[in-house]
Design a protein around this ligand. Structure first.
Ligand SMILES: NC(=O)c1ccc[n+]([C@@H]2O[C@H](COP(=O)([O-])OP(=O)(O)OC[C@H]3O[C@@H](n4cnc5c(N)ncnc54)[C@H](O)[C@@H]3O)[C@@H](O)[C@H]2O)c1
Ligand SMILES: [Fe+2]
Length: 415
């Protein structure tokens, strides 16, 4: 007969063995986070009142882009909210990429009005501000605390997003990009609750976006798609969304830059930005974003313009380990021919990105900016500390980044 000690020992050993096996077995898992609801299409904004009624919202704080507000793009939303009997307060204070001051001011407004829902309305700047406000007000935490690894606060205030640019995909990402008080540095807050509950994507709100902003934001979406497709943490679902976004952007971006009133092409771009946003939020980005966050902040370069300049140089650098992925991208960009080797297809994808930049009038080098060579090492060190670097497919050193900055600063415009 077994003694009590022997039975206990056997049970303990069995427990350790099964737990170890259970922990080691799952492989290649991925989590997928997305808004609970999306309404997309021309006129979608007219349904916002109904959508918020279903969520039992009583008072909405609308965090809006100043220009979008002044252009009267919020009238349909107003009417829909009024018809649904939902109270709202508009904070049209987003005039640039958000910093702590804006978040603190809007959070006070939220508390004063007892709002139970925050709606971002505008480009990535307004949406990122709204997301940070909803989380920060829910858990009474500063942005710095929210950016710390392991931050455990949860959002209890509802969150929605209405993009008016087709670029960042912030309406479907769990990220908020914030400027430090010195406005020389940006940081990224990543948190599961920064994913909006509701995304309303209406291409009708994008019709008057100027060509340069259309081009820059569209290239941001392309960069998301390409970086997400090749990211270390990419997975089949992210890849499917990303590659589909590349194809749509190649088709629709030149059209919307050339004819901003083309509603069908605007919808294609809005859908592509959405897909690329979901792809990168659930997989990762890479070296383009790690560097562009730094130079965008230091030299006041629009996010999409900085990404566009860096993208072909980073693709050339990553090509060593991404030949297969970039060949697939070339296929979607429509630049492959029968008989091409995979390496030729890979290089064709980089040339196609350069050509697209040139076609839509975006700069192909940093020469026209006020970037300073004596700051390259500092920029490189900061890029290595950026959250986006983790998913770059190729190992990167400080010297590599300095070299990339050298190349992109000495090249002629629009190679
Ligand atoms: N959260 C994310 O997942 C994510 C991803 C990528 C980038 N970002 C961040 O988003 C910010 C950039 O966002 P963005 O590129 O959309 O630019 P933006 O929000 O700063 O807007 C760019 C310009 O377009 C104007 N504008 C916006 N919509 C308009 C419209 N419909 N008609 C006319 N003018 C309009 C704005 O007033 C502004 O001048 C950066 O801070 C970037 O780091 C966030
Ligand atoms: Fe981006």
């Amino acid at each position: 007969m077994k003694s009590l000690e022997q039975s206990l020992d056997n049970a303990l050993i069995e427990n350790i063995v099964t737990r170890t096996v259970d922990e080691l077995t799952p492989r290649g898992l991925f989590n997928f986070n997305a808004p609970r609801q999306t309404l997309m299409g021309e006129g979608a904004i007219l349904r916002i009142g109904e959508m918020l009624c279903h969520l039992d919202v009583s008072h909405v704080l609308v965090v809006a882009d100043r220009v979008v507000h002044e252009k009267g793009l919020m009238q349909s939303m107003r009417r829909s909210l009024e018809r649904a009997g939902i109270e709202f307060t508009i904070y049209p204070g987003i005039t640039r990429e958000p910093d702590e001051t804006v978040v603190v001011t809007a959070t006070e407004l939220l508390t004063r009005n007892n709002a139970d829902f925050v709606l971002g309305f505008g480009g990535g700047s307004a949406l990122d501000a709204a997301k940070a406000i909803a989380l920060s007000a829910s858990c009474q935490s500063s942005l710095q605390q929210m950016a710390e690894p392991g931050f455990s606060g949860r959002r209890v205030i509802g969150l929605g997003a209405v993009p008016t640019t087709a670029g960042t995909g912030s309406e479907v990402t769990d990220i908020s990009v914030i400027m430090r008080a010195d406005r020389q540095h940006k940081f990224v807050i990543k948190h599961v609750d920064l994913m909006p509950d509701l995304a309303i994507v209406d291409p009708g709100l994008m019709l008057n976006l100027p060509p340069l902003v259309t081009a820059a934001t569209g290239i941001d979406a392309l960069t998301h798609a390409i970086e997400a497709y090749a990211a270390r943490s990419s997975h089949p679902l992210a890849k499917a969304l990303a590659i589909c976004a590349v194809q749509s952007i190649a088709e629709a971006l030149p059209k919307v830059v050339g004819n901003g009133g083309d509603i069908a092409a605007r919808l294609t771009m809005a859908t592509a930005a959405y897909k690329a946003g979901l792809a990168f939020s659930n997989s990762g980005l890479g070296l383009v974003h790690a560097i562009s966050h730094q130079i965008g902040a230091r030299y006041s370069l629009a996010h999409g313009i900085a990404n566009g300049i860096l993208l072909p140089y980073v693709m050339r650098f990553n090509a060593l380990v991404c030949q297969h992925e970039y060949a697939a991208i070339a296929h979607m960009l429509g630049v492959t021919r029968a008989g091409m080797t995979e390496r030729e297809q890979c290089m064709a994808s980089i040339d196609a990105v350069r050509q697209l930049l040139s076609d839509i009038g975006l700069p192909g080098s940093l020469t026209g900016t006020n970037i300073r060579r004596d700051e390259f090492s500092a920029i490189a060190a900061e890029a290595l500390a950026d959250i986006c670097i983790r998913d770059n497919p190729r190992e990167v050193t400080e010297a590599d980044i300095v070299q990339l900055l050298e190349e992109s600063s000495s090249a002629k415009e629009n190679l």
